[in-house]
Write a protein that binds this ligand. Structure first.
Ligand SMILES: Nc1nc2c(c(=O)[nH]1)N[C@H]1C(S)=C(S)[C@@H](COP(=O)(O)O)O[C@H]1N2
Ligand SMILES: [Mo]
Length: 556
């Protein structure tokens, strides 16, 4: 069937041409929606350059998504995307926005008000996400609001030419004579030549679209550039760390077995290679001069500290500590070791008269994250600290600049608050911090863990002798033994890197003679206090994974 719009019309003074049908118009309307969304996001980025990065809608909505996503989905995301989880989230958010925008354009073509309402709703979601962040400022709704206004204006400006009444025929028709200026010919081509009778002004659509896309690009790109003013990388690199009163114990010769075993994790993890786990899409940027650490709750003499107060102390310690994440799967790599510099936590808390009744310290970070640690561990675990330095540098911004907490022997989510701005001495009964609200265990001591680094799973290699090697950890207790079993053989003890400190992981290596064929290699560790890593498999949720890491390999 031929609809009236698809019907061939006779142009005044010209031959008959097929008229672009509804399909084209719909396509352009959907495009209008997409462009309107782009301008909304672009303008929002520009406003966020004044207000703050975390107020930008993509960041705010992403943050809200992280806060609201069920734990199972979050674990799936961490498992699937690893440390690219946040990139995946941002890309996912943008895809959803794009699909929604296409729809808004289509709806707007028929019912303009509904289209406008669609953009407004989109803006309100951004506003809601931005203002409900735990660390939201009063102006945080502004980027989404102004962005949505720009989006509405763009949508209306782009839909108008698609809904225009039948216009005059363009000046240039058919084959353009040579004396017609190039600009006019171009414009005529953009406007669809003389096929302009369908009630749409394609030329105006594309001209307006071009302008709007330009505005989106300039606002978005410019906004992003201007947002760099929030970066504290420069101030961080100018910061000079003091020397520790108590340096890290010297490492014995040959302490790092990775020097002789290829594929083995190095004893120390470089700052760039250190795993990162947090909920921050826009990493908090704290200026050293603005930094305050505020104590509240069950302290006799709570006070607040500047960064200089902390850096200027004469009791700074430097320690080698392995940090691990509760989300680490059997065989996983969410662990790293660094040489940390910081304020001894026990002394610091005692100085402020932390009361005996406090069982939990709720640490608050700049972005509103709350992390609860047992007061007792904070007081008693040797080497617990307010860390200021990591491997000889100020903390990297992603790892908590300028101050984070570290308590060896506890998973990161229950001790290692980054961008630390507050410590509230309270009890476990009184407060459920962020992860505990999401049903992770309130108390989270690290489990004995060992991992095979080499050979990698499913690797094939020549039959004969080759090293099997990896790392093992049980912070605060230390690793006493690591054993390897090939197929149904006996457990054979591996060589361990020198015991330096109980808070530091130990590398292990064993030379194994592989007969040709498939083999299964398993590892288990025993802590210095005699706990053998259990065989029984458990998922990370709610208190850390267990189970022997096993890899299948082929010797040829
Ligand atoms: N502010 C803040 N601190 C945080 C987190 C977070 O999401 N926000 N994640 C915690 C978790 S789960 C872990 S495992 C460690 C990871 O520290 P890293 O990123 O420096 O390796 O930081 C902890 N501190
Ligand atoms: Mo973690």
């Amino acid at each position: 069937m031929i609809t009236s719009e698809q019907a061939v019309r006779v142009q005044p003074g010209g031959p008959a041409h097929p008229v672009p049908g509804r399909g084209v118009r719909r396509l352009l309307a959907a495009l209008a929606g997409l462009v309107a969304a782009a301008v909304a996001l672009g303008v929002a980025e520009l406003v966020a350059a004044a207000v703050g990065r975390a107020a930008a809608p993509v960041v705010a909505v992403g943050d809200a998504a992280i806060t609201l996503t069920p734990e199972a989905v979050k674990s799936f995301a961490i498992r699937t995307f690893g440390e690219a989880d946040k990139i995946a989230l941002v890309v996912g958010t943008l895809v959803v926005v794009a699909l929604y925008a296409l729809l808004v354009g289509l709806v707007g073509l028929r019912r303009r008000r509904l289209g406008v309402a669609g953009v407004v709703l989109f803006g309100l979601v951004g506003v809601a996400a931005a203002v409900t962040r735990p660390a939201a400022g009063p102006l945080d709704g502004l980027p989404s609001l102004v962005g949505a206004a720009a989006g509405v204006a763009a949508l209306l400006a782009l839909l108008a030419p698609l809904q225009a009444p039948v216009g005059r025929a363009p000046a240039v028709q058919g084959g353009a004579p040579a004396d017609v200026p190039l600009g006019d010919r171009l414009r005529a081509a953009l406007a669809g030549g003389d096929r302009k009778g369908a009630g749409m002004d394609r030329r105006r659509f594309f001209l307006t679209g071009g302008v709007v896309v330009g505005v989106a690009a300039v606002a978005g790109g410019g906004g992003r550039l201007l947002q760099q003013r929030f970066d504290v990388a420069g101030e961080r690199s100018e910061l000079v760390l003091p020397r520790p009163a108590s340096p890290a114990p010297a490492l014995p010769q040959g302490a790092d077995l990775a020097r002789r075993v290829e594929g083995l994790t190095p004893l120390f993890t470089g700052n760039r290679d250190f795993y990162r786990v947090d909920t921050a899409i826009a990493v908090p940027q704290i200026r050293p001069a603005d930094y305050r650490l505020t104590l509240t709750g069950m302290f006799d003499t709570p006070r607040s500290y500047t960064l200089d107060d902390l850096l200027g102390r004469d009791d700074l310690i430097e320690r080698d500590i392995t940090l691990t994440c509760v989300s680490n799967e059997v065989g996983g790599r969410l662990a790293g070791t660094a040489r940390w510099l910081g304020v001894p936590l026990g002394a610091f808390l005692r100085e402020n008269g932390v009361r005996a009744g406090s069982t939990q310290l709720v640490c608050r970070s700049e972005d509103g994250m709350t992390i609860g640690a047992p007061t007792r561990s904070a007081l008693e675990v040797e080497d617990a600290m307010l860390a200021l330095g990591m491997n000889g540098e100020p903390l990297p911004v992603e790892h908590g600049f300028p101050v984070r907490m570290l308590i060896p022997g506890l998973y990161g989510y229950a001790s290692a608050c980054k961008w630390l701005t507050g410590i509230d001495a309270t009890t476990f009964e009184a407060v459920d911090p962020y992860w505990v609200e999401r049903d992770w265990a309130a108390r989270a001591p690290i489990k004995v863990f060992s991992r095979i680094d080499t050979p990698a799973p499913l690797r094939s290699f020549p039959a004969g002798r080759r090293p099997v090697a990896g790392v093992a950890w049980a912070q605060t207790r230390g690793i006493a033994r690591v054993e390897v079993r090939v197929d149904d053989g006996d457990w054979v003890p591996a060589e361990l890197s020198p015991q330096v400190d109980a808070d530091l992981w130990r590398q292990w290596v064993l030379l194994v003679d592989f007969a040709p064929g498939r083999h299964s290699i398993a590892v288990r560790a025993t802590s210095a206090d005699g706990e053998v890593q259990p065989e029984e498999r458990a998922r990370p949720f709610p208190s850390g994974a267990t189970g022997w890491h096993t890899v299948q390999v082929v010797a040829a």
